[in-house]
Write a protein that binds this ligand. Sequence first.
Ligand code: ADP
Length: 723
Amino acid sequence: MKKEYLKGLIAAILIIALTVGLTAMGKYPSATNAVPMPAGAGSASEGTGSSGTGSGEGAADASGEYLPGTYTNEAVGFGGPVKVAVTVGESGGVTNVEITGDSETPDVGGKAIPKLAEQILTAQSAEIDGVSGASVTTQAVKDAASKVFMSASGQEVVEIPKPEGDNLFVPGTYSGSAKGFGGDIDVTVTVSENKIEDIQIDGSHETENIGSFAVDMLGDKIMEAQSPNVDAITGATVSSNGILRALNSALVLAGADLTRFNVEEEAAGEKIMAYKDLDCDIVIIGAGGAGMTAAINATQAGKKVILLEKMPYAGGNTTKATGGMNAAETHYQAEQDIEDSVEQFVEDTMKGGHDMNDRDLVTIMAENSASAIDWLDSIGAPLPKVSFSGGATNKRIHAPEDGSGVGAFLVTRFLNKIDELGIEVMYNTTATKLMTLDGKVTGVMAEGPDAYYTINAKAVILATGGFGNNQSMIVHYREDLLGTVTTSAPGVTGDGIVMAEAVGADLVDINQIQLHPTVEQATSMLITESVRGDGAILVNQEGKRFINELLTRDVVSAGELEQTGSYAYIIFDQNLRDGLKAVEKYVSTGITVQADTIEGLAEQLGIDPAALADTLQKWNQYVADKNDPDFGRDTGMDADLSKAPYYAIKIAPGIHHTMGGVKINTEAQVIDTEGSPIPGLFAAGEVCGGVHGGNRIGGNAVADIVVFGRIASDSAVKYCDGE
Ligand code: ADP
């Protein structure tokens, strides 16, 4: 962690520590703790970085009114201090809010400041929604405003205890909280005079298998370093920083001077890397869905497998899959009297892919989908819930029983099986090169944290995923996508494609990249299709609809790019929020704007209120008539948008899936530019091209990874056995 970061953090933390989110544990060491106290119950003191002043006197009355006067405070924003001044009138209500933050980015925080002032004035408190896209400024304003309102309520803050002598802490148990990716993260830390004895992190709102890894891993790192000065977990920085902020809050309460942990990194001597040789039957690159499927399957067939994963955790894009897995003629369909056929699955996939798909690969995927579902049953990953999904003629998408996201569910179950089978997974280890001898692939070179590896293997399976998170590769193939945000996981950078090309592999459909139309741009958070499916509409900055919102992803994305500013707002109401669990995450992440009236919502979005009200009125009539004369929408019209409060999320297209990649045949052998299989090299999942053609339909990514993960490992096993 760098010095500037820590400096800012300390100031921010002190304010947070002094104002919000700190639970009195009943174990504070003395009566002089940083908890809000009623006026007169302790001596007030200002923490570093805060400049609270108030002219009110006496306690606020029970109705919660404030004490007349002007109160100011500040917190650290994106570029520097953000000051909040609140004036309370004689009646006890807030009459004026002024916020200054000259160091905030003019286009982001700068623009948000007047809106935030208005929100505080309307809410008459610091409990505001904030402005999406300006989360740091929002947080600073909320922090400063919380303290302002504490002062205005007659509350004071008592002194933080000082450790004895040179001690680091005042022994005890302390807690702090801060915002993570999905909601608040609570950290409880127990300290003795000079040691962090225990740390408990509650980050139950963090994304399963992404932020939750940070929750699991960072505690150990902190204990080992005996310091909050540790690096964030790669790929889970928002959760990590939330944990570290919460920890710092708690440590401040323990009397810690955080600068004492800010030791300069030791003059980094040359890091000595070891060179190691390893041997196995099959080395699999990438521990996403395809790689883990292949690893389990090959191990079950008796092969010694090494699974390489460059991130500190498994899952890749697979973790993010929400819908389910398409499969036809499964026992679950039969048990639920659902008629479907392999042929129809093939036709639906070809149509969805604009007939650009490799029909042989699609047929193999469809034919093997039911047995893949059986295999998932057999390894403890059943997907029994069958329903409709976009582009499928019949009910075909299979999901976990409890409605959880299919990706996170499968990753967890795969990891359990991997543990059970004792498969060697090398995390933080990046495959860098395929080794060849006489035209055959004979292993992989890789780089881990402390060693370079030469991994000799009889066969190699590429399961490195797509290249959605490699901007230069995206732009190389699709210049028009320069600057487009991505929903892809951090490790999904096309390494497998580059390594395969280097040994002569052919590529197919490499410029076919799917945009998802509803991606919040500041967080790259994907707003699930279900929001539109349940009735949301899209409007432009003029407050008008511009498309049938439920056309295919590519068409809706293209429609958005034609609007003013190349973005749109997705609009929904309380009724929709009540019925769709996913919305809670959007609200808790702070990306929604909400208001009690359509006009109020429009004002916050800078849209003409009359125009938005007119659009909603028309839309609700179309829903009543089950007829959309403007754009011919005929699905997702079961409920109108008429129950306040109303919500909006600003969205634009984001890169979602790279359909193209390495060419494979139906045995998942990688094919070279001459049309022949490359001996010893197999591939499965998003690293491959051909299965999805020009557009992937929902449910086929998971079908792809499980079916071809198994085929690739079956083929590799046979190859190892000399067949
Ligand atoms: P798929 O859906 O095809 O299984 P995922 O995106 O789920 O693909 O998983 C791909 C995994 O491969 C990710 O976890 C990613 O971090 C990992 N990966 C990518 N490149 C490398 C590499 N060079 N070495 C090791 N792991 C890699």
